[in-house]
Design a binder for this molecule. Sequence first.
Ligand code: NI
Length: 153
Amino acid sequence: MAPEVQALLGDMAETLYDAGGVGLAAPQIFRSLRLFIYHIPASRAGGDAVPLSAVANPVITPLDDEKELGWEGCLSIPGLRAAVPRWTRIRLTGLNEHGEPVDQALSGFAARVVQHETDHLDGIMYPMRMSDFRYFGFNEELERFPIPLPEVL
Ligand code: NI
């Protein structure tokens, strides 16, 4: 990757860690590039834990028909969260921070984060993916009055 992209990735990582998030896409910091970073701590994995990773030109392919509903927030929409349907298992291809090919299968929360970040590259925010607006609210309220999610979409 070009030095300016390396510098951008460093800035993005700092922003992500400062905000305590799990993913950040370049358009969120006003850079029009098909690039995101993400990391999945073991505590939030519920599937695959992933170290801090960069993906350029990501392409997502669902591995089967299964979708699941799960909670998401976004650093660009502070204070809110919603339950969003996403593919449960995906194949992710693209390039990593060294310009090398990425080709991996992801499931659960990791698959969710990658779908959320890839959507940012197309100007799609998570509320645009929602199927049921009953599952949308302020973090503080949802912590006081948790809403159980249905098992089946
Ligand atoms: Ni986001």
